[in-house]
Design a binder for this molecule. Structure first.
Ligand code: KIV
Length: 269
């Protein structure tokens, strides 16, 4: 069914079945109007915890809370009808134990209506992913550069520049897939490693700063629309909305100051 006519939501198993097929189109969204725009074109909408930095001005995703994720998750589900909505589990909501992860994942899904959760981590998180998947929670994995681990990684650093680390990264992807993740975000790894990971796992990889040979791609919406002040090298800006917004706001300010706004068309007689 075409992107335009389909009304039933895409499911996690449908995304899983896209391994090696047409690339999966994924983007983030945090609000209902943006979700509606993305929904018309994307297969997956991620309510990413990047919202902490993009929307709330935090310096990392570490300070994002369950309440923030739920509020934005509800808006995104309301604004979309077709794409699979995946919601990020925030830092501190799943690492302690599989039981803690289940409680919070179930809450995120029940209170927002999202179709899946995403959590960061490789082999270390495999038992948790298995625990959730066996209890009815579709899980998207996230390996490579892990933004929530910025404090231990010492910043947002491309992973796999040293080939000695490749076996560890490969094992992460394999363990996450074998634990039952329906897809895996591969973030910020050197391209040959991303290709090897994609070849090694039976579920789709969704790349960000990885490789065009992943099974799909994801970007932060504000970055690709040109709304972010600075973007990493792996982002292509498909529009320059930041500059357009700046011009529009400057024009509005000038019109107010010279009393040319509102004019005849904007007032009630
Ligand atoms: O939080 C987020 O937006 C993400 C994507 C960058 C994959 O995890």
């Amino acid at each position: 069914m075409s992107v335009e006519t389909r009304t039933k939501r895409i499911t996690a198993p449908e995304i899983a079945s896209r391994k090696g097929a047409t690339p999966i189109v994924a983007l983030t969204a945090y609000t209902a109007p943006m979700a509606a725009m993305v929904d018309a074109h994307a297969d997956v909408i991620l309510v990413g915890d990047s919202l902490g930095m993009v929307i709330h001005g935090l310096s990392s995703t570490v300070g994002v809370t369950m309440e923030m994720m739920i509020l934005h998750g509800q808006a995104v589900v309301r604004g979309s009808r077709r794409a699979l909505v995946v919601i990020d589990m925030p830092f501190g909501s799943y690492e302690e134990s599989p039981e803690q992860a289940f409680r919070n994942a179930a809450r995120l899904m029940a209170e927002t209506g999202a179709g899946a959760v995403k959590l960061e981590g490789g082999s270390r998180m495999a038992p948790t992913i298995r625990f959730l998947a066996e209890r009815g929670i579709p899980v998207m994995g996230h390996v490579g550069l892990l933004p929530q681990a910025t404090h231990t990684l010492g910043g947002f650093k491309t992973q796999g520049r040293d080939t000695e680390s490749w076996p560890r990264h490969m094992q992460d992807a394999v363990d996450v897939a074998e634990a039952g993740a329906f897809a895996i975000v591969v973030e910020g790894v050197v391209e040959p490693l991303a290709i090897r990971m994609t070849e090694a796992v039976a579920v789709p990889t969704i790349g960000i700063g990885a490789s065009a040979r992943c099974d799909g791609q994801i970007l932060v919406l504000d970055d690709m629309l040109g709304l972010s002040a600075r973007v990493p090298r792996f982002v292509r800006t498909f529009a320059d909305l930041g500059a357009q917004a700046d011009r529009a706001i400057a024009d509005y300010a000038a019109a107010v100051r010279e009393r040319s706004f509102p004019d005849e068309a904007n007032v009630y007689r």
